[in-house]
Design a protein around this ligand. Structure first.
Ligand SMILES: Nc1ncnc2c1ncn2[C@@H]1O[C@H](COP(=O)(O)OP(=O)(O)O)[C@@H](O)[C@H]1O
Ligand SMILES: [Mg+2]
Length: 253
């Protein structure tokens, strides 16, 4: 569904991505793991069309590498940015409505979007409880849910999440990641960028490891989780317990 070949991205004269190849299949959750500064956000922004690139980026068989960002979003490639960036002075409901504009270019018409909003509320009941609350007054975890909910309003065909766990407490991350898996299981392919490698490998099907603009390892997440090299470089202490993809929604043994 997404296929990237030999992608190169530069900031002026500085090359940040040096020929990335990567693919995401239908219904897959793929993790992109790497240290701070590795180029993870650059890769997402390259796919979204906000940076100029060379190489090939194909989405559902179409070459999108030269397309404008607005057009790529309309095709259903939607990104939840690092640091969430909800609109602080808008309510939960208003923030969600903005999500429809970004992807479809529609006018804000609350009545027309109630079905989509109910779909978001079914996944994030907390947002329904707080629908009239201003975004700035919500916790970090709730703001992340809102940022994801806003992207869901655009009916993503590929959802890209940039460091969803950043700055959140372990118990909040656990809840959030179960929701992310739920979204994926409902049929939305996900590309998830994370510095928290253990977490990302636990919930994803496959993963790529990005180091200084190059993919240095890739494979099934379960295999990478047990790969000694990956272990040494990226998997320190266990910080958060999450269920793996198969077990979300099931009771603990
Ligand atoms: N707007 C920019 N201008 C110049 N260099 C940038 C810019 N954004 C990121 N970089 C550089 O590109 C590299 C990758 O950054 P980034 O994609 O943000 O990494 P990550 O998301 O993995 O932390 C870093 O060396 C960073 O300094
Ligand atoms: Mg980043």
């Amino acid at each position: 569904m997404l296929r990237i070949e030999k992608l190169v991205t530069r900031y002026g004269s500085i090359e940040a991505l040096h020929g990335i190849s990567l693919s995401i299949g239908a219904n897959e959750m793929v993790a992109l793991i790497g240290a701070n500064g590795a180029g993870k956000t650059t890769l997402l922004n390259s796919i979204s069309g906000t940076l100029s690139t060379s190489g090939r980026i194909e989405f559902e068989g179409k070459d999108i590498q030269q397309m404008k960002a607005a057009h790529i979003a309309k095709m259903g490639v939607l990104q939840v940015p690092e640091g969430r960036h909800v609109f602080p002075g808008l309510t939960v409901e208003e923030n969600l409505l903005v999500g429809t504009v970004a992807s479809k270019g529609m006018r804000l018409k609350p009545g027309n979007n109630s079905e989509d909003m109910e779909m978001v509320f079914a996944i994030f009941p907390r947002l329904k409880e707080r629908r009239k609350q201003l975004a700035w007054s919500m916790s970090g975890g709730e703001q992340q849910m809102l940022a994801i909910g806003r992207a869901l309003m655009g009916k993503p065909k590929l959802l890209m999440l940039d460091e969803p766990s950043m700055g959140l407490a372990p118990i909040v991350i656990e809840e959030l990641f179960e929701k992310i898996v739920e979204i994926n299981k409902a049929g939305v392919p996900i590309l998830m960028v994370e510095q928290n490698a253990r977490l990302a490998l636990k919930v994803s099907d496959r993963a790529y490891i990005l180091e200084r603009g190059i993919i240095t390892a890739e494979g099934k997440s379960g295999d990478l989780l047990h790969d000694p090299k990956v272990h040494e470089a990226y998997l320190g202490k266990t910080v958060v317990r999450v269920k793996n993809k198969e077990n979300v929604g099931k009771e603990d043994e």
